[in-house]
Every structure is written in C-alpha cells, then in structure tokens.
Design a protein around this ligand. Structure first.
Ligand code: SF4
Ligand code: SF4
Ligand code: SF4
Ligand code: SF4
Length: 161
C-alpha cells in the first residue's frame, strides 16, 4: 500500500476520548461522541483501550455493496469516502463492513465514515499520547503490529473473544 494511513497504537491509548470529541466537533459542529467516526472501546478492568475507525481497506466491501456508488475509493488520499449527495441511507455498507466503521447519522439521514479529515486528521491533532498517527504506509511495521495484536488477544479471557 502507498500513501498515508491512520496508524493506531492501542498500547499508548489512555482512553481519554479526546479523539472522539475532536472528530465529532470537526464533522458535525457538536461535541457528541456518538456522531464521531472513531470509537474508543474500553475494557477498564483489563486496562485495555482500543480506538477503532475505518481501515480504508484496499478491496473494501462497503464500496462493493453500495447501490448508488456513493461509497467509493479515493486513491489521491488513499481512502474510502462516502459522497453525501449520493447516499440514500440504506445502511448496506454498515452491514457489509467487518470493522463496524460506517455510522448512520440520524441527524443527517445518511451514512458517514472516517475520511481522514481531507488529509488533516483531527483525532491525530488532539491525541496527546501519539496513540494515533497519520503516517506513510511504508513506515508501518507489520511485524510490530502483529505482535501488539497477539498481546492484546492474549489479555482477554478465552470466553470473551
Ligand atoms: S485521544 Fe488518543 S489517548 Fe485519548 S482515547 Fe483517543 S487514541 Fe486514546
Ligand atoms: S468502511 Fe469498513 S469495509 Fe469500508 S473501507 Fe472502512 S473498514 Fe473497510
Ligand atoms: S448507506 Fe449510503 S454509502 Fe452506504 S451503501 Fe447505502 S447509499 Fe451507499
Ligand atoms: S481522521 Fe478525521 S474523520 Fe477519521 S477518525 Fe480521525 S478525526 Fe474522525
């Protein structure tokens, strides 16, 4: 993969939720985390905080299933975007996404998702611990990612995964 990506290091996340607030304020003008395109999942008893947002997949299911072509790849910024004028709010992309990334915005009656804030990710700006970074894909260390994912999975009791 080429271009920039949102890189999340869950081991640096403190669960402060500033990223959710920054995202919702930037995109909706309201401080309402339920309208943010990023969600911070918390397992407080294990001390685990996991920010989740769109993976901007190389071969995305959301694009494949969208009946109006509102959801499409944008190679320029290495992302998948939803054209609000074409979205009919059918939620098919929400069902298709394996990461729970698209969000139905009741206030607008359409589906929305992370769009990298057009190249200036607000979640990155407001994350004080650098748990989220916007970096070149070539900087992503896959081996390090797998090791972190294995540590994360090993933290959960078997019955919870
Ligand atoms: S702003 Fe950073 S540290 Fe705070 S919840 Fe989001 S990712 Fe975690
Ligand atoms: S919405 Fe889901 S399927 Fe579509 S690019 Fe993002 S993570 Fe991939
Ligand atoms: S909700 Fe919008 S973006 Fe999603 S599949 Fe339907 S028309 Fe496409
Ligand atoms: S890059 Fe922008 S749209 Fe995506 S999660 Fe961060 S703040 Fe929200």
């Amino acid at each position: 993969m080429q271009g920039k990506v949102l890189y999340i290091d869950h081991e640096k996340c403190t669960g402060c939720r500033e990223c959710e607030l920054a995202c919702s304020v930037f995109h909706t003008g309201a401080s309402n985390p339920s309208r943010a395109r990023i969600k911070v999942f918390k397992w407080e008893w294990e001390g685990i905080y996991l920010p989740m947002t769109c993976q901007n997949c190389e071969d995305p299911f959301c694009v494949e299933v969208c009946p109006t072509k509102a959801c499409r790849k944008d190679p320029e910024l290495n992302r998948v975007i939803i054209d609000k004028d074409k979205c009919i709010g059918c939620k098919t992309c929400i069902v298709a996404c394996p990461f729970g990334a698209p969000l139905f915005d009741k206030a607008e009656g359409i589906t929305v998702k992370c769009n990298y804030c057009d190249g200036d990710p607000q979640c990155v700006r407001f994350c004080e611990t650098n748990a989220i970074r916007y970096i070149d894909a070539s900087e992503v260390n896959a081996a390090k990612q797998y090791a972190a994912a294995e540590r994360l999975l090993g933290t959960f009791p078997k019955q919870s995964i």
